[in-house]
Design a binder for this molecule. Sequence first.
Ligand code: NAP
Length: 341
Amino acid sequence: MIIREQEPLSHRTTLKVGGHAAYFCEVHRKEELQDVRVYAQEKNLPVLFLGGGSNVLISNKGFSGLVVSLNTKGITYKDISDSEVSVEIAAGELWDDAVRQTVEKGLWGLENLSYIPGKVGACPVQNIGAYGVEVKDTISSVTVFNMRTGAYELYSNADCAFGYRDSVFKKSTHKHLCIVSVTFTLSRIPKRKIDYKDVSLALSQKNITEPSIEDIRSTIIEIRKAKFPDMTKVGTAGSFWKNPIISESDFNKLKHAYPLMPSFPARAGFVKIPLAWILDNVCHLKGFKEGNVGLFEKQPLVLVAYDRSSDREVRDFAQKIALIVKDKTGVSIEPEVEYIG
Ligand code: NAP
């Protein structure tokens, strides 16, 4: 294990913002995590595990501890029954490479989550979701390495306490756990989830009524390419905020003022409202730009950090947007992106 000092981090995040890691290493084999643990304990360093860097905003001051980039690889398949297969994927695999491989094997369950950036280890943390599917629907367990005890632990789906863009791994009490692999239960039998508006529309435009798993993956890739910015070209973390979940009574008041405002069912007594719709139709902020930061013109939930922007500019801009939304609607919004340092 090679430890480097003063390692720049901005190019390791998709927002392309941030300072240096005081200490940095890459892990290619899970056994190396024991060395990481010993090193961090000897030097009394906080540890940050970095996957694809697609959901973090790192401060320009950097991170004063040890940043660990996880590059472990490997996918293993085990038959559970004639129809179900257990698939264990190493945390360092690129998420979309893993999805592509399961799709190529005709295993249903992850195809709607195609073309999401990041690595597999990050997928349970915020329970990634898209087009009517959340990763919690197929995760059977998550294997973690406990940096305090040096032991491997198995978290069942229930142990993960998944919620909307949430899990136990987001809690400060669980930050000492490094996700080593994620195990999914996938199906050989088609399980099409194609009700989501953008997906059903795109399929019907192609006259596809009974799509194959490849049809669904390619259609979703087309939709995402058309709507989301190219992360290799601009600094962005995809959706910057979570969609707000508000009480039905608050929603009814908003609906009175904005009769066209959409909503989706959430837990009893609450509804989820699409923030992109509010930013566009209530706040008129689609494409709004200030200095080096802006909201993407095709999807305002996506914040774009243009050349040379600092974490301070991004934070100030995000706070300004949150204040405008609060002022216009009374709704508080929360970043999906994690602020580091
Ligand atoms: P969209 O279709 O423009 O819809 C806006 C939002 O409304 C969605 O993000 C979704 O909220 C909600 N929504 C729409 N139809 C829904 C339904 N039938 N049931 C429940 N909620 C519904 O969305 P978009 O911005 O283009 O995003 C496309 C998909 O990619 C969405 O499913 C979105 O969740 C997903 N996405 C996920 C992430 C992430 O996991 N970090 C980032 C970007 C986009 P929710 O996003 O709350 O589901």
